[in-house]
Design a protein around this ligand. Structure first.
Ligand code: ZN
Length: 310
Protein backbone atom coordinates (compact mmCIF):
# COMPACT_ATOMS: atom_id res chain seq x y z
CA UNK A 1 0.00 0.00 0.00
CA UNK A 2 2.72 2.41 1.02
CA UNK A 3 4.93 1.25 -1.82
CA UNK A 4 2.04 1.75 -4.23
CA UNK A 5 1.52 5.23 -2.87
CA UNK A 6 5.23 6.00 -3.11
CA UNK A 7 5.45 4.93 -6.74
CA UNK A 8 2.27 6.82 -7.56
CA UNK A 9 3.84 9.85 -5.91
CA UNK A 10 7.07 9.32 -7.83
CA UNK A 11 5.13 9.12 -11.09
CA UNK A 12 3.27 12.28 -10.17
CA UNK A 13 6.50 14.13 -9.37
CA UNK A 14 8.00 12.96 -12.66
CA UNK A 15 4.96 14.17 -14.60
CA UNK A 16 4.92 17.53 -12.91
CA UNK A 17 8.65 18.17 -12.85
CA UNK A 18 9.70 16.72 -16.19
CA UNK A 19 8.33 19.44 -18.50
CA UNK A 20 10.01 22.22 -16.54
CA UNK A 21 13.29 20.31 -16.37
CA UNK A 22 13.41 19.90 -20.15
CA UNK A 23 12.31 23.46 -20.93
CA UNK A 24 14.65 25.03 -23.46
CA UNK A 25 12.25 27.36 -25.18
CA UNK A 26 13.61 30.92 -25.18
CA UNK A 27 11.97 34.13 -26.27
CA UNK A 28 12.73 37.85 -26.30
CA UNK A 29 10.03 40.51 -26.13
CA UNK A 30 10.06 43.38 -28.62
CA UNK A 31 7.77 46.39 -28.99
CA UNK A 32 7.23 48.29 -32.23
CA UNK A 33 6.17 51.80 -33.21
CA UNK A 34 7.62 53.68 -30.24
CA UNK A 35 6.47 56.33 -29.43
CA UNK A 36 3.08 54.95 -30.38
CA UNK A 37 -0.09 57.07 -30.43
CA UNK A 38 -2.49 56.99 -27.51
CA UNK A 39 -4.63 53.90 -26.94
CA UNK A 40 -7.83 53.29 -25.00
CA UNK A 41 -6.70 53.96 -21.46
CA UNK A 42 -3.49 55.94 -20.89
CA UNK A 43 -1.53 58.96 -21.97
CA UNK A 44 1.74 58.10 -23.70
CA UNK A 45 3.66 59.08 -20.58
CA UNK A 46 1.52 56.98 -18.26
CA UNK A 47 1.66 54.02 -20.62
CA UNK A 48 5.44 54.07 -20.83
CA UNK A 49 5.77 54.35 -17.05
CA UNK A 50 3.40 51.43 -16.54
CA UNK A 51 5.16 49.34 -19.16
CA UNK A 52 8.57 49.95 -17.57
CA UNK A 53 7.17 49.04 -14.14
CA UNK A 54 5.44 45.92 -15.47
CA UNK A 55 8.58 44.71 -17.25
CA UNK A 56 10.56 45.26 -14.06
CA UNK A 57 7.96 43.41 -12.01
CA UNK A 58 8.06 40.56 -14.52
CA UNK A 59 11.89 40.49 -14.35
CA UNK A 60 12.21 41.12 -18.07
CA UNK A 61 15.66 42.67 -18.01
CA UNK A 62 16.04 43.69 -21.62
CA UNK A 63 13.25 44.13 -24.12
CA UNK A 64 13.77 45.90 -27.45
CA UNK A 65 11.80 48.92 -28.60
CA UNK A 66 11.74 49.61 -32.33
CA UNK A 67 11.45 53.35 -32.77
CA UNK A 68 9.92 55.58 -35.44
CA UNK A 69 11.79 58.86 -34.82
CA UNK A 70 9.34 60.59 -37.18
CA UNK A 71 6.81 60.33 -34.37
CA UNK A 72 9.07 62.10 -31.91
CA UNK A 73 7.67 65.61 -32.13
CA UNK A 74 7.78 66.92 -28.59
CA UNK A 75 10.13 66.54 -25.62
CA UNK A 76 7.51 64.29 -24.03
CA UNK A 77 7.79 61.87 -26.98
CA UNK A 78 11.55 61.77 -26.60
CA UNK A 79 11.12 61.21 -22.86
CA UNK A 80 9.15 58.05 -23.64
CA UNK A 81 12.06 56.60 -25.61
CA UNK A 82 14.58 57.67 -22.95
CA UNK A 83 12.47 56.07 -20.22
CA UNK A 84 12.81 52.63 -21.82
CA UNK A 85 16.56 53.02 -22.25
CA UNK A 86 17.06 54.19 -18.68
CA UNK A 87 15.19 51.07 -17.52
CA UNK A 88 17.77 48.86 -19.28
CA UNK A 89 15.94 48.20 -22.52
CA UNK A 90 17.39 48.75 -25.97
CA UNK A 91 16.23 50.71 -29.01
CA UNK A 92 16.58 50.12 -32.72
CA UNK A 93 15.44 51.30 -36.13
CA UNK A 94 11.86 50.82 -37.34
CA UNK A 95 12.26 53.49 -40.06
CA UNK A 96 11.59 57.21 -39.70
CA UNK A 97 8.01 57.31 -41.00
CA UNK A 98 6.89 53.65 -41.14
CA UNK A 99 6.58 53.18 -44.92
CA UNK A 100 5.76 50.04 -46.87
CA UNK A 101 8.80 48.93 -48.87
CA UNK A 102 6.31 47.80 -51.52
CA UNK A 103 5.14 51.36 -52.02
CA UNK A 104 8.46 53.22 -52.14
CA UNK A 105 11.46 53.32 -54.46
CA UNK A 106 14.51 51.75 -52.83
CA UNK A 107 16.38 55.09 -52.65
CA UNK A 108 13.50 56.77 -50.83
CA UNK A 109 13.10 53.83 -48.49
CA UNK A 110 16.79 53.89 -47.59
CA UNK A 111 16.71 57.64 -47.07
CA UNK A 112 13.90 57.14 -44.56
CA UNK A 113 15.85 54.35 -42.83
CA UNK A 114 19.00 56.52 -42.70
CA UNK A 115 17.07 59.44 -41.24
CA UNK A 116 15.94 57.17 -38.41
CA UNK A 117 19.45 55.81 -37.95
CA UNK A 118 20.88 59.32 -37.70
CA UNK A 119 18.45 60.00 -34.85
CA UNK A 120 19.20 56.71 -33.10
CA UNK A 121 22.94 56.39 -33.58
CA UNK A 122 24.19 58.78 -30.87
CA UNK A 123 21.69 57.55 -28.28
CA UNK A 124 22.48 55.14 -25.47
CA UNK A 125 20.87 51.74 -25.79
CA UNK A 126 20.92 51.82 -29.59
CA UNK A 127 21.35 48.51 -31.37
CA UNK A 128 22.18 47.99 -35.09
CA UNK A 129 18.91 46.31 -36.01
CA UNK A 130 16.31 47.29 -38.58
CA UNK A 131 12.75 46.04 -38.30
CA UNK A 132 10.80 46.28 -41.52
CA UNK A 133 7.51 48.17 -41.04
CA UNK A 134 4.59 45.77 -41.69
CA UNK A 135 7.30 43.04 -41.93
CA UNK A 136 7.34 44.06 -45.61
CA UNK A 137 10.74 43.07 -47.00
CA UNK A 138 9.76 43.90 -50.56
CA UNK A 139 7.03 41.33 -51.11
CA UNK A 140 7.19 39.86 -54.61
CA UNK A 141 9.80 42.36 -55.83
CA UNK A 142 12.99 40.35 -55.43
CA UNK A 143 15.23 43.08 -56.84
CA UNK A 144 13.91 45.49 -54.22
CA UNK A 145 14.22 42.88 -51.51
CA UNK A 146 17.83 42.14 -52.40
CA UNK A 147 18.75 45.82 -52.78
CA UNK A 148 17.54 46.60 -49.27
CA UNK A 149 19.17 43.49 -47.82
CA UNK A 150 22.48 44.57 -49.38
CA UNK A 151 21.99 48.12 -48.10
CA UNK A 152 21.44 46.85 -44.55
CA UNK A 153 24.69 44.89 -44.71
CA UNK A 154 26.57 47.94 -46.07
CA UNK A 155 25.35 49.94 -43.11
CA UNK A 156 26.29 47.29 -40.57
CA UNK A 157 22.63 46.70 -39.75
CA UNK A 158 20.97 43.32 -39.39
CA UNK A 159 17.34 42.43 -39.89
CA UNK A 160 15.41 42.87 -36.63
CA UNK A 161 13.27 39.91 -37.61
CA UNK A 162 10.44 38.44 -35.59
CA UNK A 163 9.66 34.75 -35.26
CA UNK A 164 6.37 34.84 -33.32
CA UNK A 165 3.39 37.15 -33.44
CA UNK A 166 -0.22 37.13 -32.32
CA UNK A 167 -1.45 40.33 -34.05
CA UNK A 168 -1.52 42.25 -30.77
CA UNK A 169 -2.06 45.48 -32.75
CA UNK A 170 -5.48 44.17 -33.71
CA UNK A 171 -6.49 43.34 -30.15
CA UNK A 172 -5.37 46.86 -29.19
CA UNK A 173 -7.34 48.43 -32.05
CA UNK A 174 -10.48 46.46 -31.16
CA UNK A 175 -10.12 47.67 -27.58
CA UNK A 176 -9.77 51.29 -28.72
CA UNK A 177 -12.83 50.90 -30.98
CA UNK A 178 -14.91 49.29 -28.21
CA UNK A 179 -13.98 52.05 -25.77
CA UNK A 180 -14.88 54.75 -28.29
CA UNK A 181 -18.21 53.06 -28.97
CA UNK A 182 -18.95 53.04 -25.23
CA UNK A 183 -19.07 49.25 -25.08
CA UNK A 184 -18.46 47.38 -21.86
CA UNK A 185 -15.04 45.72 -21.95
CA UNK A 186 -14.51 42.62 -19.82
CA UNK A 187 -10.97 43.44 -18.70
CA UNK A 188 -10.22 40.00 -17.24
CA UNK A 189 -11.31 38.43 -20.51
CA UNK A 190 -9.18 40.93 -22.45
CA UNK A 191 -6.16 39.98 -20.35
CA UNK A 192 -6.81 36.28 -20.86
CA UNK A 193 -7.27 36.64 -24.63
CA UNK A 194 -4.07 38.69 -24.98
CA UNK A 195 -2.03 36.30 -22.84
CA UNK A 196 -3.42 33.08 -24.33
CA UNK A 197 -3.02 34.35 -27.90
CA UNK A 198 0.64 35.20 -27.44
CA UNK A 199 1.56 32.01 -25.63
CA UNK A 200 -0.09 30.05 -28.43
CA UNK A 201 1.66 32.17 -31.06
CA UNK A 202 5.01 31.42 -29.43
CA UNK A 203 4.33 27.68 -29.28
CA UNK A 204 3.12 27.65 -32.88
CA UNK A 205 6.31 29.39 -33.99
CA UNK A 206 8.54 27.06 -32.01
CA UNK A 207 6.94 23.92 -33.40
CA UNK A 208 7.24 25.24 -36.97
CA UNK A 209 10.85 26.38 -36.43
CA UNK A 210 11.83 22.93 -35.14
CA UNK A 211 10.28 21.35 -38.25
CA UNK A 212 12.07 23.89 -40.44
CA UNK A 213 15.57 24.27 -39.01
CA UNK A 214 15.74 21.26 -36.70
CA UNK A 215 16.18 23.23 -33.50
CA UNK A 216 14.43 25.66 -31.19
CA UNK A 217 16.10 29.06 -31.67
CA UNK A 218 15.77 31.94 -29.25
CA UNK A 219 12.53 33.45 -30.51
CA UNK A 220 11.61 37.08 -31.03
CA UNK A 221 8.03 38.02 -30.12
CA UNK A 222 6.51 40.92 -32.01
CA UNK A 223 4.44 43.18 -29.81
CA UNK A 224 3.61 46.86 -30.05
CA UNK A 225 3.94 49.62 -27.50
CA UNK A 226 0.28 49.42 -26.50
CA UNK A 227 -1.91 50.05 -23.50
CA UNK A 228 -2.72 46.34 -23.30
CA UNK A 229 0.99 45.58 -23.09
CA UNK A 230 1.27 48.13 -20.27
CA UNK A 231 -1.62 46.40 -18.51
CA UNK A 232 -0.83 42.75 -19.14
CA UNK A 233 2.81 42.20 -20.06
CA UNK A 234 3.59 40.82 -16.59
CA UNK A 235 0.71 38.35 -16.96
CA UNK A 236 2.06 37.33 -20.36
CA UNK A 237 5.58 36.84 -18.99
CA UNK A 238 4.22 34.69 -16.19
CA UNK A 239 2.14 32.58 -18.57
CA UNK A 240 5.09 32.10 -20.93
CA UNK A 241 7.25 30.86 -18.08
CA UNK A 242 4.50 28.55 -16.86
CA UNK A 243 4.43 27.16 -20.41
CA UNK A 244 8.16 26.39 -20.28
CA UNK A 245 9.59 29.54 -21.84
CA UNK A 246 12.62 31.40 -20.60
CA UNK A 247 12.48 35.11 -21.36
CA UNK A 248 15.84 36.16 -22.77
CA UNK A 249 17.26 39.51 -23.79
CA UNK A 250 16.92 40.88 -27.30
CA UNK A 251 20.75 40.79 -27.46
CA UNK A 252 20.64 37.04 -26.82
CA UNK A 253 17.99 36.43 -29.47
CA UNK A 254 19.77 38.47 -32.13
CA UNK A 255 23.12 36.78 -31.46
CA UNK A 256 21.65 33.66 -33.09
CA UNK A 257 22.96 32.66 -36.54
CA UNK A 258 19.41 33.29 -37.82
CA UNK A 259 20.38 36.97 -37.99
CA UNK A 260 21.97 36.38 -41.38
CA UNK A 261 19.06 34.34 -42.78
CA UNK A 262 17.89 35.61 -46.15
CA UNK A 263 15.05 33.32 -47.20
CA UNK A 264 14.18 33.22 -50.87
CA UNK A 265 10.41 32.91 -51.18
CA UNK A 266 7.80 34.16 -53.67
CA UNK A 267 6.82 37.02 -51.35
CA UNK A 268 9.11 38.37 -48.64
CA UNK A 269 6.60 39.60 -46.11
CA UNK A 270 6.01 38.01 -42.71
CA UNK A 271 7.72 36.38 -39.76
CA UNK A 272 11.08 34.70 -40.29
CA UNK A 273 9.44 31.46 -39.16
CA UNK A 274 6.95 31.68 -41.99
CA UNK A 275 9.51 32.64 -44.62
CA UNK A 276 11.95 29.87 -43.67
CA UNK A 277 9.19 27.25 -43.55
CA UNK A 278 7.95 28.42 -46.96
CA UNK A 279 11.47 28.30 -48.41
CA UNK A 280 11.81 24.74 -47.14
CA UNK A 281 8.53 23.80 -48.79
CA UNK A 282 6.63 22.98 -45.62
CA UNK A 283 2.87 22.96 -46.10
CA UNK A 284 0.60 25.85 -45.10
CA UNK A 285 -0.57 27.11 -42.69
CA UNK A 286 2.77 28.66 -41.87
CA UNK A 287 1.27 31.34 -39.66
CA UNK A 288 -0.59 31.17 -36.39
CA UNK A 289 -4.35 30.90 -36.85
CA UNK A 290 -5.23 34.05 -34.91
CA UNK A 291 -3.23 36.12 -37.40
CA UNK A 292 -6.44 35.60 -39.35
CA UNK A 293 -8.10 38.88 -38.42
CA UNK A 294 -11.65 37.66 -39.00
CA UNK A 295 -11.07 34.87 -36.48
CA UNK A 296 -9.34 37.23 -34.04
CA UNK A 297 -12.21 39.71 -34.32
CA UNK A 298 -14.78 37.02 -33.61
CA UNK A 299 -12.90 35.82 -30.52
CA UNK A 300 -12.68 39.40 -29.25
CA UNK A 301 -16.37 40.04 -29.79
CA UNK A 302 -17.41 36.81 -28.09
CA UNK A 303 -15.00 36.74 -25.19
CA UNK A 304 -14.22 40.37 -24.38
CA UNK A 305 -17.46 42.11 -25.39
CA UNK A 306 -19.72 39.10 -24.81
CA UNK A 307 -21.39 39.78 -28.14
CA UNK A 308 -22.95 37.03 -30.19
CA UNK A 309 -21.04 36.20 -33.38
CA UNK A 310 -22.68 37.87 -36.40
ZN1 ZN B 1 5.39 49.03 -37.03
Amino acid sequence: MIRGLASALAAFVLLVVAPAATAQKRIALTFDDTPRGVGAFFTMEERSKRLVAALRKARVEQAAFFVNPGKVQAPADEAVVDRYVRAGHVIANHSFSHPHLNKLAVANYLADMDKAEAWLEPRPGRRPWFRFPFLDEGGKDKAKRDAVRAALAERGLTNGYVTAEGSDWNIEQLTVDAKKAGKKIDMAALRDLYVETHVQAADFADALMIKTIGRSPPHVMLLHETDIAALYIADLAKALRADGWEIVSADTAYADPLKTAAPDVPSANGTLTELLAWEKGLPAPRWYERNNIALANRLFAERVLHEKAP
